[in-house]
Design a protein around this ligand. Structure first.
Ligand SMILES: [Zn+2]
Length: 161
């Protein structure tokens, strides 16, 4: 990677994201006190029943939400968006529901609406990737994916005129 590419990347991502990459990894089973996600044997998931005597912590997704530090950013633009905003938002929410059910740490952080574009931030890179592919599958347009060097962050651009 040359210096120009390096500086482009540091513009996209704030440097203090790194601490979320090594977010709390408990040695025992644990429960997120904010969202109820359950950690066991290296995985976060949704469980109907969890042990009573379990450590209460903050999961990496809730930590990112609290700090407003996304792992994924989806940037949407183009004329199609203006006339189909509700439909596009529904697709994005639907994609989140599916992804989050399987992968507890993949969530939408924020949706920002601007005059001519929209920005959706996510707590995990897979959800941002899935949203990009869902938009492409449903509405065509162009999608571009830019991953950070260690694949812990992604920036997705989707455009349809
Ligand atoms: Zn949580």
């Amino acid at each position: 990677m040359n210096n120009f590419q390096q500086s482009q990347k540091s513009k996209i991502f704030k440097p203090n994201f790194e601490r979320h990459d090594q977010a709390q990894r408990p040695h025992h089973a644990a429960l997120c006190m904010h969202c109820g996600a359950f950690y066991q044997a290296g995985h976060w998931s949704w469980q109907d029943q969890v042990p009573l005597q379990v450590e209460r912590i903050t999961c990496p997704a809730c930590q990112r939400i609290a700090d407003d530090e996304p792992a994924g950013v989806v940037h949407l633009s183009g004329g199609f968006l203006r006339s189909h905003q509700d439909e596009v938002l529904n697709l994005i929410r639907h994609t989140e529901q599916h992804e989050k059910a399987e992968h507890a740490l993949e969530r939408i952080l924020k949706v920002h609406n601007f005059d001519d574009h929209m920005e959706v931030t996510t707590t995990g890179i897979h959800l941002a990737n899935r949203i990009g592919h869902a938009l492409n599958a449903a509405y065509k347009g162009r999608s571009q994916y830019h991953y950070s060097d260690n694949d812990t962050r992604v920036s997705v651009n989707w455009q349809r005129d």
